[in-house]
Design a protein around this ligand. Structure first.
Ligand code: PEP
Ligand code: MG
Length: 329
């Protein structure tokens, strides 16, 4: 099977009917780079930057961050690296952020609904500026995109974009080497509010990335890490599927790139359904890339669309689970 995997790595990610699909890797720590290179992933669809802040006593400065981002961007060569700015929140306490006075010290009863992701960054814009500046400096090394986490409203995107564009101009005035234009700035669609506002967000964002891990949690009101409700955590719940479908349709209408980077992107049984809903770009654990590629190559677009229509007509989560099992059987 090693040989089979090596052969698969060279084959294109395309449906049996010929349409190309983009399969990229999610990355949490730089040590994953060799595995990502081996997987046949076409770039990084989600670089989580939390690792830079987790074990640090102080916040990593612009140049420390630039070095890390540059290393990843260079390793990806011609393929794109999508870097998500810090997605920190409530229960994930960090010494560096604590030392920098980020958290009030009050106990947060619902950390997932508290100061998290972009909300936190907009409250402490110097952290966001430092990270934007580091990514902008590193982006001369290759194709780069920037992703904003935990967006719930257009105002947040506008504020972040304004800061981003002003920073770009300021760095250029200072004579910093930068790309011709600022790299694309996109938003995560991982709250029901963002999914329902996908069209408005897509009008002002350069791309969308659907994060089904959090989208499932917030849509179903089921904590993604709570054992007691693990059985209720269902990314294929009809309500979640509908939000994925509507987000994708809005992005396609406005001709904005859209990808999906939650755990289900690495599930070869689910990807045909997602392709049937119109998605053509997925980012997943590097280890899942070969088997997802195999699943993509085994089906036609017509089959995917028919499958998606049948699933979209279902309102019972158990029936949907059965349809997904049967499709790949
Ligand atoms: C998601 O929420 O689906 C996602 C990709 O982001 P994370 O898992 O890092 O919250
Ligand atoms: Mg998320």
């Amino acid at each position: 099977t090693r040989q089979k995997l090596a052969r698969l790595r060279r084959l294109p990610a395309e449906l049996s009917s010929g349409e190309r699909v983009e399969l990229q890797a999610n990355m949490e720590i730089p040590a994953e780079l060799p595995l990502i290179a081996q997987s046949g992933a076409a770039g990084i669809g989600l670089l989580r930057t939390e690792f830079l802040f987790i074990n640090a006593e102080t916040l990593p400065d612009e140049f420390v961050q630039e070095r890390v981002y540059r290393e990843v961007i260079e390793a990806m060569g011609e393929d794109c690296t999508t870097i998500r700015v810090l997605d920190w929140g409530g229960e994930k306490q960090s010494e560096a952020l604590g030392n920098a006075g980020f958290f009030s010290g009050e106990v947060d009863l619902n950390p997932a609904l508290g100061l998290r992701g972009l909300r936190l960054l907009l409250m402490h814009p110097t952290v966001l500026e430092t990270q934007f500046a580091a990514i902008l400096r590193a982006s001369v090394a290759g194709p780069t995109r920037i992703l904003l986490p935990m967006v719930t409203s257009l105002g947040e995107l506008r504020t972040a974009r304004d800061l981003y564009e002003r920073l770009f101009k300021r760095l250029r005035r200072k004579g910093v080497r930068l790309p011709e234009r600022p790299p694309p700035l996109g938003v995560m669609i991982e709250t029901p509010a963002a999914a329902i506002s996908a069209e408005a967000l897509a009008l002002e964002a350069d791309f969308l990335a659907i994060g089904t891990n959090d989208l499932t949690m917030y849509t179903l009101a089921v904590d993604r890490s709570a054992a007691a409700v693990a059985r209720l955590y269902d990314p294929l719940h009809p309500a979640v599927i509908r939000l994925i479908a509507e987000t994708t349709a809005a992005a396609l209408r406005l001709r904005r790139p859209v990808s999906l980077c939650g755990e289900i992107a690495g599930n070869p049984r689910v990807v045909p359904l997602l392709m049937g809903l119109g998605l053509r770009s997925f980012s997943m654990n590097a280890s899942a890339v070969p088997r997802v590629k195999q699943a993509v190559r085994a089906v036609s677009l017509d089959e995917c669309r028919r499958f998606a229509r049948r699933v979209s007509d279902e309102v019972d989560p158990e029936r949907i689970a059965r349809l997904v099992d049967e499709f790949s059987a």
